[in-house]
Design a protein around this ligand. Sequence first.
Ligand code: 13P
Length: 250
Amino acid sequence: MPLARPVVLGNWKMNGLKADALALVGRLAARAAHPSGTLGVFPPATLVGPVAQRLSASRILVGGQDCHEAESGAFTGSISAAMLADVGAKAVIVGHSERRHGLGEDDALVKAKAEAALAQGLLVVLCIGETEGEYLAGERDAVLTRQLDGSLPDGGTAENLVVAYEPVWAIGTGRTPSQEEIKETHTLLRALLVERVAGGADVALLYGGSVKAENAADIMAMADVDGALVGGASLDADSFWSIYTAGGGA
Ligand code: 13P
């Protein structure tokens, strides 16, 4: 079955110490232990296990923010998909722009990570997005097509794959594309997914980049926007919950 809509996922990035993290997810679970849509949190690696344990009686999804492409080995500091699954993760983000641009990850590596995650039964949240320079140069669609083509895992389906469009220039900036621009990109990405992925019409397609309680309803009301990947606003249970309900979740 495709994921229940809306799909609202919180990427905590490198934020959160144990006590605050457990309190945050405790507040979310108190709102809806069995959400009508798909609600997920992606804590830093140190907290995936404790958060998964805290949410074990709920259907709120817990995932990692990255994984290594190998199952194990001499890769100091890295974490494999098997390790995430072992502590209760059900999903993992791959290809976030902070790793593509900050750490030099290319499409081939992102694809290998996504396939490693699928092999462990994890839901893959594949991120793509153009930089501000690419946006201003009119290269958005070419960049998105190239990233999707290069990093889509073999074996992706509507059950195990989510694609998140995150314009790099909208992340953490308070700026978002116009409604028309989001519509254009999501229409393009939907068409590409239909061509390239089994069941691509049902793969959840998320928007990410400065999603807040105030703009969430307008963004998620658009066709082919199935939910949101939320950074900063996911660190507060009330604002994250408001975004989820703005997308129709209960
Ligand atoms: P912000 O919501 O803080 O802009 O971050 C978006 C993001 O990068 C989610 O992965």
